[in-house]
Design a protein around this ligand. Structure first.
Ligand SMILES: C[N+](C)(C)CCCC[C@H](N)C(=O)O
Length: 264
């Protein structure tokens, strides 16, 4: 099994993440400041995404990453490989994302003298507390919504990227850096716009269970959110998600492409 894609996915994901971090922190007005935890989690998650995507394409089309420029796979195959990558990465992402959301939603200031300390002191403490209070399954709270969010939208992600690269690149050549940046940026926006409704639901499910369980499941969470707040609830955060998605995914795809060209 070719491993370059896993490594390239890891490094490129980390670079994109460094760029997107300020947006991510603003998004929930939280104080998720440390970089080491997100870097560690993106290492796993992005390498699973790109590694599984590329190896699924290899299975479906019997072409390696290098051969695919000359023999481009069909959009159906790209979509299926993207969905497979998205599904598996969502499973790996679930506990990390849960911890991120729980930490970002803590509004108490960090350890001020005299005040009650925040419930979670950091990522490791947060993971341990969830495990203690909500069990192993607690670490996967919201995982279903996350899989529903990422499976189709990672298909959209790769289709947009490959489609735009194909459109602006002469037959058989590698796309230029500018093309990769723009195609990557728009791939990020397209998939985030499509993912935002389930992103909202996912975050609510992840916050549920802290005190009293409010939602019975994904569907119940959707229905009661729409009843209380109207359909607009599904677009909450779509602007900030898109603003973040462009630079993050432009850099992610650029470094991914260049690392693979460099090694291949
Ligand atoms: C599928 N979904 C839209 C959720 C994400 C697509 C892009 C993933 C990228 N690591 C990022 O953080 O932007």
């Amino acid at each position: 099994m070719p491993v370059e894609e896993f490594v390239a996915g890891w490094i490129s994901g980390a670079l994109g993440l460094v760029l997107g971090h300020p947006f991510d922190t603003v998004k929930l007005l939280g104080f998720f400041k440390g970089m080491s935890f997100p870097i560690a989690s993106i290492a796993v998650v992005n390498s699973v995404l790109f590694g599984v995507y590329s190896n699924t394409l290899l299975l479906l089309t019997a072409t390696s990453h290098q051969e695919r420029r000359a023999q481009p796979p069909s959009y159906m195959h790209i979509f299926l490989a993207g969905c497979t990558g998205g599904f598996l990465q969502a499973y790996c992402l679930a506990p990390f994302d849960l911890i991120k959301v729980r930490l970002q939603n803590q509004t108490e200031p960090v350890a001020q003298p005299g005040s009650t300390p925040p419930q979670y002191q950091g990522p490791v403490h947060c993971a341990a507390s969830i495990f203690r209070e909500e069990g192993y399954r607690g670490l996967f709270r919201g995982a279903w919504a996350l899989m529903l969010r990422d499976t189709p939208t990672m298909g959209i992600y790769f289709i947009t990227y490959e489609g735009l690269c194909h459109q602006y690149t002469p037959e058989g050549q590698n796309p230029s850096s500018a093309t990769v940046l723009v195609a990557g940026g728009f791939a990020g926006i397209a998939s985030w716009v499509a993912a935002t409704p389930l992103d909202v639901i996912k975050s609510r499910m992840q916050m549920d269970g802290l005190r009293r369980r409010v939602y019975q499941g994904v569907l119940d969470c959707m229905v009661s959110s729409v009843r209380q707040e109207g359909l607009g609830v599904f677009f909450r955060g779509v602007t900030i998600n898109s603003a973040r998605a462009f630079p993050v995914n432009a850099v992610t795809f650029l470094s991914y492409e260049y690392l693979l060209r460099w090694w291949g």
